[in-house]
Ligand binder design. Structure first.
Ligand code: HEM
Length: 398
């Protein structure tokens, strides 16, 4: 007779969840593929960990993206929740159409020379330095510059201070008051929107300028939707891709034989997909709640419960990927869910893929022979629930 499944995950797996979630995810997939976390006075959260189930639920219309359905649930900074990630049709369809074209693959492809030049410039600055932080010196400024260019953010706001203001909204530094974080964010958005209304910098794609005009001239978007969308795009437009570059570089440093394969032309496309799968930047799909009751593997998810679709776990599911814990830059097929699936599929996928395709080979070539400056157990993972990313990735030149 098989041993009965343990009902709770071993404490050591739980304790290591931020640093290394994969043993915990493997436990979930095996013993509790639909697992409830019940907490007093707070909505129940169901963790879904198998690829097949995550994929099915990403397109299941019984799940809603509207946090307003869960009483008392706080989804993000006050007054900034009316954007496409937190909406269902018809609002979702309207908001998505307004931003979609700016991220169309054909338009994004034109950015390649700009991405390459910016990447070189950032690496020039650390040329000859013994110590480099792949996140702070490279991934953060590169990815933020790109989303600023698309949105039309004025140059004087494209800096580390703006990035810190945005990042603090999902992972405030210890001891920092949430109200102050929100105030700084609102002040930033006031300034941005005012720049667009007064006809400031309007070069390039200038998506934000286009959204302001769409709202003002035809009422296609309310003021709250405009500010929410600007916040969303500024945040997810760089945090995610920064994590792709950080997590991906870490994976390459820990798998030198695979990193060596990247020197071969033609492998970069499958390599980026595999790095997205192997240590997925978005570990958990964003907010969803049951709009009606759903039964899955004998468990009943009640209306109003929150459903957490563990992308990072789905992407390591051995039922979908042979040898799921092995990094294989030539892996095909690779049906990872790193960008989600269905109606909320990532709008920035083409941009993120291009940034990855430019960044990885260039970084490996220009950094030369480098090693991690710290043991992997000591790397500073940011404690955010949805994202998986490093606060810093220090490397030292050999
Ligand atoms: C490697 C980088 C990226 C990853 C892994 C990623 C991942 C994801 C995932 C998993 C979703 C689906 C969320 C859900 O279904 O709840 C999503 C949606 C979205 N992503 Fe990305 N993303 C990345 C880069 C970007 C970039 C560069 C942008 C640029 C603006 C962006 C904008 C968005 C938007 C606006 C949505 C919401 C789409 C909707 O709700 O219809 N993402 N992304």
């Amino acid at each position: 007779m098989p041993a009965p499944s343990p009902s709770s995950p071993p404490p050591d797996l739980l304790a290591a969840r931020v640093r290394d979630p994969y043993p915990y995810f493997a436990w979930l997939r095996r013993h509790a593929p639909v697992r409830a976390e019940r907490r007093d006075g707070r909505p129940t959260v169901w963790q879904i960990s198998r690829h097949e189930d995550v994929l099915a639920l990403l397109t299941d219309e019984r799940l809603s993206k509207d946090p307003g359905r869960v009483p008392g649930y706080v989804a993000g900074p006050a007054g900034l929740n009316r954007h496409l990630v937190h909406s269902d049709p018809p609002d979702h369809t309207r908001l998505r159409t307004l931003v979609n074209t700016a991220f169309a693959p054909r338009r994004i492809a034109q950015l390649e020379p700009f991405i390459t030049d910016t990447a070189h410039l950032l690496l020039d600055r650390v040329e000859g330095h013994a110590h480099v932080d792949v996140i702070g010196d490279f991934a953060a400024p590169l990815t933020f510059r790109m989303i600023c260019a698309i949105l039309g953010v004025p140059g004087e706001l494209d800096n580390a201070r703006t990035r810190d203001t945005l990042m603090a909204t999902i992972a405030p530094a210890p001891g920092v008051d949430q109200a102050r974080v929100d105030d700084a964010l609102h002040a930033l958005l006031d300034r941005l929107v005012a720049t667009k209304r007064t006809g400031g910098e309007q070069s390039g794609v200038d998506l934000l300028g286009a959204l302001v005009r769409a709202g003002d001239e035809s009422g296609a978007m309310s003021e709250e939707e405009l500010r929410s969308t600007a916040y969303l795009l500024l945040l997810v437009g760089h945090d995610t891709t920064m994590n792709l570059i950080g997590n991906g570089t870490l994976a390459l440093l820990r798998n030198p034989a695979e990193a060596a394969r990247l020197a071969a032309p033609g492998l970069v496309t499958t390599a980026v997909e595999e790095l997205l799968r192997y240590d997925s930047p978005v570990r958990d799909a964003t907010f969803r709640c049951a709009a009606e009751s759903i039964t899955l593997h004998g468990q009943v998810i009640d209306e109003g419960d929150i459903v957490s679709l563990l992308i990072g776990s789905a992407n390591r599911d051995g039922l979908r990927f042979p040898e799921p814990d092995r990094l294989d830059l030539g892996r095909t097929p690779n049906d990872h869910l790193a960008f989600g699936y269905g109606p909320h599929f990532c709008i920035g996928a083409a941009l993120a893929r291009l940034e990855g395709a430019v960044a990885f080979p260039l970084l490996l070539r220009r950094l030369g022979s480098v090693a991690l400056a710290k043991p992997t157990e000591e790397l500073p993972w940011r404690p955010a629930r949805v994202m998986r990313g490093l606060a810093a990735l220090p490397v030292v030149r050999n």
